[in-house]
Design a protein around this ligand. Structure first.
Ligand SMILES: *Cc1c(COP(=O)(O)O)cnc(C)c1O
Length: 231
């Protein structure tokens, strides 16, 4: 290994360790005994940035584009046991088959048409990934997700009518709002629907999210550094 590679490995291990410590401290503050999963968001970063984190022990990764993930992950997955890949960006139905071949978890089930397309693939013999329903807690027109007032009905449609493997809910709070109110709203919708998993919290607010009950935090820049390309 070159000196540069050794340094990159060390830096990745240090950043990962720092995030894990902060996650654990937030869990302690919230009197939580369950463990919180860290999804390392590797969008825009290349294989050379991902490999040091894998070497440091990270196994859960998130990508927001099917196309980009298809270029980066099949080989990495094949050579590393235990990698779990999470789709955290919008899924177009014309990319569904590709997504099903690669992703273990989809956090962005956000509309009836996608739910129906997933059920159809399952009925045709496909194994579905674990699913999170995205809720647009801030009701922002530019963001995906079901509105909070429609969430109960959409959750019931997905689970009862279509028998989809829905594990939990996901949200991305509006940038200008206090994130805790959105995290608490998402937790309340999950609670009243008997859903255990909550995908919420990013680099800037994962500690708040854990105090509000997040079971999965999605952390990108705090692990990989800042992204050059906007994604
Ligand atoms: C990019 C992204 C993240 C990670 O954001 P950071 O601020 O870099 O931690 C988390 N969730 C989603 C849906 C994203 O698109």
């Amino acid at each position: 290994m070159s000196e540069l590679e050794t340094k990159q490995m060390k830096d990745a291990a240090t950043r990962l360790d720092d995030i894990r410590r902060r996650m654990a401290a937030s869990a302690v503050q919230a009197d939580r005994l369950d463990s919180v999963s860290l999804v390392a968001v590797s969008k825009t970063f290349g294989v050379e940035d991902i490999v040091p984190l894998i070497a440091a022990g990270q196994r859960l990764f998130g990508e927001n584009r099917v196309q980009e993930a298809t270029q980066k992950w099949p080989a990495l997955k094949a050579e590393t046991p235990g990698i779990e890949l999470h789709l955290i960006g919008p899924l177009q139905t014309n990319k569904l088959k590709q997504a099903l071949a690669l992703f273990d978890v989809i956090h962005t089930l956000d509309r009836p048409r996608l739910a129906q397309a997933l059920a159809k693939e399952r009925d045709g013999g496909a194994t579905l990934p674990r699913l999170f329903i995205q809720v647009n807690t801030g009701e922002e027109p530019q963001k995906a997700g079901v509105a909070p007032k429609d969430a109960d009905q959409f959750i019931a449609q997905c689970r009862e009518d279509l028998s989809l493997p829905v594990e939990g809910l996901m949200c991305i709070p509006p940038a200008e709002d206090e994130p805790a109110e959105h995290f608490m709203l998402l937790a309340e919708i999950a609670r009243r629907n008997g859903l255990g998993a909550l995908s919420m919290g990013m680099s800037a607010d994962f500690e708040t999210a854990i105090r509000c009950g997040a079971t999965h935090v999605r952390v990108g820049s705090a692990l990989f550094g800042s992204r050059v390309r906007v994604a």
